[in-house]
Design a protein around this ligand. Structure first.
Ligand code: SF4
Length: 744
């Protein structure tokens, strides 16, 4: 008899519901896998799950391919070092690998101090793994230096949310509210390619008579469906939002009663906006003043309205201020804290939301508590069975942590445990980060596949994934859902919770006895502990259980008690600030950290394509997806191509102050003539992140992935243009742009 299991997609933050048929799971979750043949699993629709109602994009439809042992690591790998020279990775037993990791971490900690050991997590880890990884760093290793790749994804929106509303949840309303708003501005997001099933909410909005405005330097598939498309220069979204607020004020569209009763700080925000009149904003953004006026009227006169941002405005060195400016627009026009109105962030990674709530971030403890707050430290230490004074303080943010790897001296991190992330492809200034990773005394990577980062490791640990293990995720709406185990992991693969348990024991942390720190490997047991640790915090999961999630198709946090219904809609009565009022941000325009000049005359912006996901470590190993999107490219306008004397398919060299990348030209008139676009899913010569700028937002510490200055030339004509640059990454050929594909 064919078994079926209800679960969710392994990829993005929509966490589409799906049903797996042909499941083979039999052994206890988190335990060593039993030997099985490659599972024959079919992905089926699950129409009753409300978020996607059965719809899946190509990534979800082809997700079963990830379960094939042919694409997977199935044994630990270790690299020997002799007289300072690094050998090749070789297969090893789990016992040898675990001893090597535990001994290495302990030795570095003893010689250089606990903070010389770093931990780097991922926004794709389940809540249970993210929670346990944070606890492992603080309790088993005692290090302050833990952060995760979600810092690269949503942290500017998170920071702006906390400043304005006192709490960070990607969407303060469920997706089902979108079709019922009157006007929606989508800034720097392309759900038609990143999460296609979500597009129906925007379609329904327009079918209901609502207006969709899209802000994007490219006329994307999403922008093509808009009533109005504003096409600003990369990095100028802040000026655009200030210009719209200027018009809301100048044209008498401020909701005076709402501002007086439910907000603070309007006067400073208004004063800043008044310096951004339409013609000035046109010069700063390239958006015609007439379009600005049209957008302001559409949004300002609408009875209800929403602003949603994605990585476009957030991945900037002023991302927090930029999101703050868009929130100001909502507040001034009375479009927040009311039904069918508000600001929200379209989270990217599968557990980008939950992954930032329970302790993976350098400055946070579970439940969204601050690690610097004495009461928060006492509460979490009580759950963990440790002395609050023994908990480390805040550590370094993701890029700062990666940048410190291998550096000599007291601030250097000498060993790194990395779980579920591939920074060799996904970090800004990636060639530099690869060099820092390679300089470590000990790099340990837990992953499903031999990613580009795992290829640099001293120890690689093959981990279970998605349908091979049970765990909760929190989608972009703040809905906690349950991914259920459906198949056994390939022989030789172990779960990350088991790994942390084994390492904790080898590092001298006892578990399983009384009030001492425990490192369980059963996900539901870990979730029960997470519930206690989060209780009373902002992201309160105390009332959420696996049984409730199964019965209710997800539960929205905060949910402080088992008889609490959960909170699909935030702020309807009050905002989560001490006085219950939302706070305007007094922000003003400033340029990107790096603007085009004579040497680097074009903007580069980066993003995703439909068939690939993030660093591509998974999707590049799925045949159907790889066939649809086989490699990197440089998208540019035909008029720019004519100026550069290049044609469709020509190999282009794109050079920034960080290095250069090589990829074929793809011509389209949907992009600005002063801007080129590269997707960031590939390593090797076509790696977009070789070029990107690690300039950090001062509040969120998010790097400026979305805008930097580049020069573009046809390959073969570059030598004469090399003056004054010191490229760090020189590709052997354009074909090398897919390096890493299929290397597992
Ligand atoms: Fe998976 Fe996201 Fe596609 Fe849904 S939209 S199937 S969650 S990748």
């Amino acid at each position: 008899m064919t078994t079926t299991t209800d679960t969710h997609c392994p990829y993005c933050s929509l966490q589409c519901g799906m049903r797996l048929a042909g499941a083979t799971a039999g052994s206890a979750a988190g335990a060593a896998a039993v030997p099985v043949a490659a599972p024959s699993v079919e992905v089926l629709e699950r129409p009753e799950f409300p978020v996607n109602r059965g719809a899946l994009c190509g990534k979800g439809q082809n997700a079963a391919a990830l379960l094939s042992p042919a694409t997977r690591l199935t044994a630990p790998l270790v690299r020997d070092r002799r007289e300072g020279r690094r050998g090749e990775l070789r297969a090893a037993s789990w016992e040898e690998a675990l001893e090597r990791v535990a001994d290495g971490l302990a030795a570095i900690r003893a010689e250089h101090g606990a903070d010389a050991v770093g931990v780097f997590g991922g926004g794709g880890l389940t809540n249970e793994k993210a929670y346990q990884l944070g606890k492992f760093a603080r309790v088993a290793l005692g290090t302050a230096n833990i952060d995760y790749n979600g810092r690269f994804c949503m942290s500017s929106a998170a920071a702006a949310n906390r400043i304005a509303f006192g709490i960070d949840r990607g969407l303060p309303f469920p997706l089902e509210d979108i079709p019922r708003t009157d006007c929606l501005i989508l800034v720097g997001g392309n759900p038609a390619e990143t999460m296609p099933p979500a597009l129906r909410y925007f379609r329904e909005l327009r079918e209901n008579g609502g207006t969709l405005i899209v802000v994007d330097p490219r006329r994307t598939r999403t922008a093509e469906q808009a009533d109005l498309h504003l096409q600003p220069l990369p990095g100028s979204d802040l000026a655009l939002a200030l210009g719209l607020l200027h018009l809301i004020v100048a044209d008498g569209m401020v909701d005076v009663d709402f501002v007086a009763e439910r907000t603070t700080g309007f006067e400073d925000a208004r004063a800043a906006a008044m310096a951004h009149w339409p013609e000035r904003v046109e010069r700063l953004t390239g958006v015609p003043a007439a379009q600005l006026r049209q957008a302001a009227q559409l949004f300002g006169r609408a009875r209800t309205g929403m602003v949603l941002t994605a990585r476009g405005p957030e991945q900037q060195s002023k991302g927090t201020d930029t999101v703050g400016a868009w929130i100001n627009l909502c507040l001034a026009s009375g479009k927040a804290g009311r039904p069918y109105s508000g600001y929200g962030c379209l989270t990217g990674q599968g557990n980008g939301q939950g992954g930032r709530e329970h302790g993976q971030k350098a400055d946070q403890l579970p439940g969204y508590r601050s690690i610097e707050d004495p009461a928060a430290r006492a509460h979490v230490a009580g759950v963990w069975g440790v002395d609050p004074d023994a908990l480390p303080r805040s550590g370094r943010s993701a890029y700062e942590l990666l940048d410190s790897l291998g550096r000599p001296g007291p601030d250097g991190v000498r060993a790194l445990l990395l779980m579920g992330s591939n920074p060799v492809v996904s970090a800004p200034r990636a060639a530099h980060i690869a060099a820092r990773l390679a300089s470590l005394d000990l790099l340990v990577v837990s992953d499903l596949v031999l990613s580009e980062t795992a290829q640099l490791a001293d120890v690689v640990l093959p981990s279970a994934q998605w349908a091979e293990e049970t765990g909760t995720m929190t989608n972009l709406e703040g809905r906690v859902i349950l991914r259920q185990r459906a198949v056994d992991a390939p022989t030789g693969v172990r779960g990350d919770l088991w790994l942390l348990r084994e390492l904790a024991e080898r590092l001298g942390v006892k578990h399983g006895t009384g009030a001492k720190p425990r490192f369980d490997d059963d996900p539901e047991t870990v979730f029960e502990e997470l519930r206690r640790a989060s209780a009373g915090g902002q992201a309160d999961y105390a009332g959420i259980s696996y049984d409730r999630i199964r019965a209710e198709d997800g539960v929205f946090w905060p949910c402080p008690a088992e008889d609490h219904p959960g909170t699909p809609r935030l702020f309807l009565d009050a905002f989560a600030t001490p006085d219950g009022r939302a706070r305007f941000a007094p922000v003003t325009h400033r340029p990107a950290a790096e603007e085009p000049d004579a040497d680097y005359p074009l903007y580069l912006t980066t993003g995703r394509v439909l068939a690939q996901y993030q660093s591509g470590a998974q999707t590049r190993r799925v045949g159907a997806l790889n066939a649809a999107a086989p490699g990197p490219f440089v998208e540019l306008h035909p008029l720019l191509a004519r100026r550069l004397k290049v044609a469709e398919g020509d190999a282009l060299v794109v050079t920034s102050r960080r290095g250069r990348a090589v990829a074929p030209a793809r011509l389209t008139d949907t992009i600005r003539q002063d801007t080129v676009f590269m997707p960031f899913h590939w390593g090797g010569a076509g790696r977009a992140n070789t070029l990107t700028n690690p300039a950090l937002d001062p509040t969120s510490k998010m790097p400026e992935f979305k805008v930097c200055a580049v020069r573009v030339e046809a390959a073969g004509r570059t030598e004469t243009a090399e003056r004054g640059t010191q490229p760090q990454q020189v590709g052997a050929s354009a074909a090398g742009g897919t390096a890493g594909r299929g290397k597992a």
